[in-house]
Each structure stands twice: as C-alpha cells, then as structure tokens.
Design a protein around this ligand. Structure first.
Ligand code: PEP
Ligand code: CO
Length: 449
C-alpha cells in the first residue's frame, strides 16, 4: 500500500453501516482492549501465501472454492462439526480438481464468520417487533429484547471461538485428517440417490485410481496427499473487532488483519467513501468484494482504485452475486470496465445471494437449479469476454439440512420444515454441495475441451 498515513482506526471518521449500537460504551472499549492484547489467529506468511495462490487462480493456475455457513454459530465449535466442515470442502475440492486439472484453493467461511449485515433493524416474532439477530458476535438469536441487545463481551467470545475452531482445524490437518488416501474422505454415501450417481462413481474411481497409480510409482508426494491447506475467511463487518486484530508486520511495515487469511466487504457496506472501504484499503490481506446487481461499472472502478491502488495481483477478488437472471445484462459491462481500465482482479461467483426467495410464511430458500444457472451463465460470460471465472463462493453445510430446494434429493418447499436450521440464509446441504461440485467440474471440463 502506498498510503503510509493509513491507520487501523482511521475508519472511525467515516460513516459505518451495519454497526451495532452498544448501550455500554465503556464495556465495548474494554472488550476491544482485551482483543488488542490477544495473540493473532493467523500468520503474516500464511496471508501472503493465500494472496499468491489467489493471484495464481486469476491467471488460470488454480481454482478457488470458498464456502461455509452464512452465519457461523458459537455452538458450531464442536469437534465433529469442524471435521465435517473440512471434509465437505475437501471432497468438493478434489472433485473440482478432477474437473479443472489444477489445484484448488480452499477457503472456509469459518473461524470468524459470526457477524451478519441485515436489511432491517427489527423483525416480527410472534407478533412482536424485536431487534434483528446480527450474528453470535453481536447478540443472541433467542427471541427476547434482552437477548437481542448487543453485548460487547460477545466480541471477545467470537475471538476465542474462532481460535478454538482454527486450532482444531490445524490439529486435524497436522494429524492427517485431510489425507486424500483416507477411505472416509471418499465416503459419498449421501450421493447414492443422485440420478447422476453412475457418472460420479466413475469420476471417483478415476480419482482414486490416479492416486494409487502415482503412489505405486513413488510419484505421489506423501506430504502433498497428506497435508492440504485450508484458509479462513469472514465478512469484515464489525470494524472495532477487525481493527483490534490488525497488526503491523515488523519486516515490511505493512498492516495485516490477523483474524483471518481473507476478509470480504459485503454488498451492504461497499460505499466507496464509507468506513469499511477505508479500513480495508489499508490491510495487506487478500480481500473479497461482493458485487451485486446494483454495482455500476463506474462504482466498481472507483472501488478498485481505492482498494487496490498498486494494481497488485491477488489482492482483490470480485465476487459477483447478481442473480441468475441479471448475469448477461450486468456482467459483461463490469468485466469490460475492469479490463479496459487495466485493472487486475480475480473473478469469483457467489450464486447464492442473488437468488434468495422468501416463501409464504417468511422462510427463505434458494433453488439448486437457479444457483447452478447463475454459475453456468457466469462461466459463459467470462468465456465470451475472453477472461475466466477463477472461483466459486457458497453457503453450505455438511449436515443433512433442508434449506435449499431441488438438487439430488429433489427437495420441495414442503420439505423445508423438516430440518431448517440456519440462523440466517439457506445453505446447500451435504448432497447438494457434492452434486454442485460434480456439476461445476463438468462445466469446467466442457470449457477446456
Ligand atoms: C453473505 O455472504 O452472507 C452476505 C451477506 O452476502 P452479500 O453481502 O453479498 O449480501
Ligand atoms: Co448469507
């Protein structure tokens, strides 16, 4: 970054959207003081490594898979749950690797995804208006006005839950959990009822054959098969929290957010003169920017100029979430504007957030086929424009929930009440996520041929 005058607290002079109003200012300051004294969660070098990997994906040397909960909950910090989160991303990534024939960069929406931007301040629960749930880092989902009051102590809890989650992720990986040779890595029993199971089984057998074949020649590096990288990410929403985890690298003099490897700016907080953009422009982490249908080409260029003034490769990942029906109309102009301005950006697609529908009764859902449709159209537009889609971003879980309709189990709106567990947006369940990975692999393969 060229601006040496930037400071981690500089954002506080700008209008900051989506910040909780803490009734007890002293308690809030005390919580931030505690966080500032805590050790970082990730290392400078790991962040640099991810930036380089993202730059590679932008050049076509890899493919990005970013995924996890919409709202991660403190109670999700359990051994089985964390292992399942890793496993689903790992399985999806290997399926994608088979499709792209290039390494997949795995980034979890976990170990810190505890704060949510919301469209309204209040919601109606049983006929009463209550302050809205803003994520476990802010308030409790319990439907009472006391529970919904923002509690600064939750910021400290968020840090410790993130630390415990990440610690377990690191221990699992060190212990060989992500070893591609483990049979349980390949337990895809949830997929057996997919109408595409025959094709998937063939793909799986081929992947396993390839691993065995390389091993029998001593050609598979055991450290590569046994140790796979996972990176963490979350939306950088609560600026006091993010500032408290911002540290200066003594070697380079650059500031890093060491609460996660990657952070993104949400669609509701991307105002070019707003506090979030001011904070993000100063950190050296790779950052994501959600690009919604309301983003005009000139808005995007203004954001790119502020967020990536040195035009660094891998610095900025543009995550489009336009909605399936708007891709052809909006995306070409955005791609052309970025290209014509000579701006470097890595393009990813979040096919979830532009395709949310609210059913009668207020439940939100997403249709698997519409989600896939946005991805397919996005792949096509990038190809027509002579560029490339370098990654995908999903809200998903390894659990067998019923939140999105369609997919291999042909879930209908009538099925949703069976296991609707999200605290925020509907996620793809285990078999829907794996099916999606197979279908993306198919798309990627057809692009190469
Ligand atoms: C999200 O990723 O959970 C989210 C709120 O997305 P967006 O900012 O794109 O609406
Ligand atoms: Co969401």
């Amino acid at each position: 970054m060229t601006d040496k005058t930037w400071e981690p607290c500089g954002w506080s002079h700008r209008p900051a959207a989506q910040q909780p109003q803490y009734p007890d200012a002293a308690a809030y300051e005390a919580a931030l003081c505690t966080l500032k004294a805590c050790p970082p969660l990730v290392a400078f070098g790991e962040v640099d490594n991810l930036r380089a990997r993202l730059a590679g994906a932008g050049r076509g040397e890899g493919f990005i898979l970013q995924g996890g909960n919409c709202a991660e909950r403190f109670m999700d910090c359990r051994a089985d749950n964390i292992a399942n989160k890793l496993k689903i991303l790992l399985q999806m990534s290997v399926i994608l690797t088979y499709g792209v024939r290039r390494p997949v960069v795995r980034i979890g929406r976990f170990a810190g995804q505890y704060a949510k931007p919301r469209s309204s301040e209040t919601e109606m629960v049983d006929g009463r208006a209550l302050p809205v749930y803003r994520g476990d880092a802010v308030n409790s989902v319990e439907p009472s006005s006391e529970a919904r009051a923002p509690d600064p102590q939750r910021l400290v809890s968020a840090y410790f839950y993130a630390a415990a989650t990440l610690n377990h992720i690191r221990a699992l990986i060190d212990g060989g959990f992500a070893d591609l040779r483990h049979p349980y890595t390949w337990n895809l029993s949830s997929m057996e009822h997919s109408r595409n199971w025959g094709e998937y089984k063939t793909v799986l057998d081929r992947i396993l054959d390839a691993i065995n074949f390389m091993e029998s020649f001593g050609g598979a590096r055991s450290d590569v098969l046994g140790r796979v990288d996972f990176f963490t990410s979350h939306e950088g929403l609560l600026l006091g929290y993010e500032e408290a985890l911002t540290r200066k690298d003594p070697d380079s003099g650059r500031w890093y957010n060491l609460g996660a490897h990657m952070l993104w700016i949400g669609a509701r907080t991307r105002q070019v003169d707003g506090a979030h953009v001011e904070y993000f422009r100063g950190i050296a982490n790779p950052i994501g920017l959600k690009v919604d249908a309301g983003t005009r080409p000139e808005d995007l260029l203004a954001l790119l100029a502020v967020l990536n003034p040195d035009n660094e490769e891998g610095r900025l990942t543009l995550i489009t979430r336009l909605g399936a029906g708007r891709v052809e109309e909006r995306l070409p102009r955005l791609i052309q504007a970025v290209r014509d301005a000579g701006r470097k950006a890595v393009w990813s697609c979040d096919p979830m957030h532009g395709n949310t529908v609210t059913l009668e009764g207020g439940r939100k859902t997403r249709d698997f086929s519409v989600v896939l449709d946005e991805l397919q159209r996005t792949f096509e537009v990038h190809e027509q424009q002579g560029g490339r889609l370098a990654g995908v971003h999903f809200e998903l879980t390894a659990d067998d929930v019923t939140e999105c309709i369609g997919g291999p189990g042909d879930l209908t709106s009538g099925d949703l009440s069976r296991r609707y567990e999200t605290y925020c947006d509907p996620r793809l369940n285990c078999s829907q996520s794996l099916e999606m990975a197979f279908l993306i692999a198919r798309l990627l393969q057809s692009q190469q041929s």
